[in-house]
Design a protein around this ligand. Structure first.
Ligand SMILES: NC(=O)c1ccc[n+]([C@@H]2O[C@H](COP(=O)([O-])OP(=O)(O)OC[C@H]3O[C@@H](n4cnc5c(N)ncnc54)[C@H](O)[C@@H]3O)[C@@H](O)[C@H]2O)c1
Length: 288
């Protein structure tokens, strides 16, 4: 990635584009920033700012005028959508402020397992008429789940995420030791509300499902995380949906992923496609 200069024509295109603020410059942040800088003009997106906890990481990769030093001053930059790709704590501290100024795509939806924060973000979206976007990430069929939920027909939802043990980042000691070749081990089974604090970086897909299944919520949607040393090339996401009168649907998604990768490679493109949807859907929460 290199620094960019813009022609007069490109500047005109920029002014009619959606201005995106990116909060976080890790794997996802760098991917999104690079795509906005290279492809943004063709899809109507421009970069408003980039913030990172360690600003030194931005040097030489993000034009100086687009680097934001202090996140509290984000409102000084004109912005249409802020994308958080950072940490649930930042959602907690800034989510409502972001929504008071612009639409907000929450890249760490496991933050919404905190009931009060979830409520406050819903309220802020309604109050300010701005959309809280939740990217579907590695969730397959999220819109179908949401439709079933909205019609009152969703009875149960279960998601199992299976990964190589090197791909888990857990806060507890459920996977303190493992050996190559040990095979399959169920690490935890319970509500998504219980899973989110245990595996905040691994269960964002489940959190997106809990948002889609709003009537069941984080306490009603069930999840399971499985360590499997056979999964050296991909993560597996299985979704089981139960509706009325014997209705059920089951999907199995294989998400290519390197050893040690928390995020499957297809999820990066999925995030980009989600960002393209964030054009404003009113004061509500929207799975994109
Ligand atoms: N929705 C999804 O499907 C999905 C998929 C992958 C990752 N995620 C989430 O998106 C976020 C970013 O993912 P990533 O793969 O880019 O992670 P990463 O670890 O590569 O980057 C995270 C960045 O945020 C910074 N950071 C970490 N903790 C912070 C804190 N408390 N305050 C401020 N900055 C902090 C890090 O320094 C780093 O620059 C994570 O929360 C991750 O769980 C969501």
């Amino acid at each position: 990635m290199s620094l960019f200069t813009f022609s007069a024509q490109e500047m005109a295109t920029r002014s009619s584009s959606l201005r995106i603020g990116v909060v976080g410059f890790g794997h996802l942040g760098q991917y999104l920033v690079e795509r906005i800088l290279t492809d943004g003009a063709t899809v109507g997106l421009t970069l408003a700012f980039v913030w990172n906890r360690n600003p030194a990481k931005l040097k030489g990769l993000v034009p100086d005028e687009l680097q934001l030093g202090d996140l509290s001053s984000f409102a000084n930059r004109q912005c249409d959508v802020i994308v958080e790709v950072c940490h649930p704590q930042v959602v907690k501290e800034f989510g409502v402020h972001f929504l008071s100024c612009c639409h907000f795509m929450v890249g760490s939806p496991s933050a919404l397992a905190d009931h009060d924060l979830n409520e406050n973000l819903h309220k802020a979206a309604r109050l300010y008429g701005r959309t809280l976007y939740v990217p579907s990430g590695a969730l397959w069929g999220g819109q179908d789940i949401q439709r079933l939920n909205d019609s009152g027909a969703l009875k149960a939802l279960f998601i199992r995420m299976s990964k190589h043990p090197s791909c888990f980042r857990l806060t507890g000691d459920v996977l303190s030791e493992w050996t190559e070749g040990e095979g399959r081990r169920v690490l935890f089974r319970g509500s998504v509300a219980e899973l989110c604090p245990l595996a905040p970086n691994n269960v964002n897909t489940m959190a997106a499902a809990a948002v889609a299944a709003g009537n069941l919520g984080f306490n009603g949607v069930r999840g399971e995380i499985v360590s499997d040393t056979a999964l050296s090339d991909y993560h597996v996401v299985e979704v089981e949906v139960t509706g009325p009168d014997g209705f059920s649907a089951r999907t199995v998604r294989r998400n290519p992923a390197r050893l040690g990768a928390v995020t499957g490679s297809a999820t990066y493109n999925s995030f980009w496609n989600s960002l393209l949807v964030c054009k404003g859907h009113g004061g509500r929460v929207y799975l994109c």
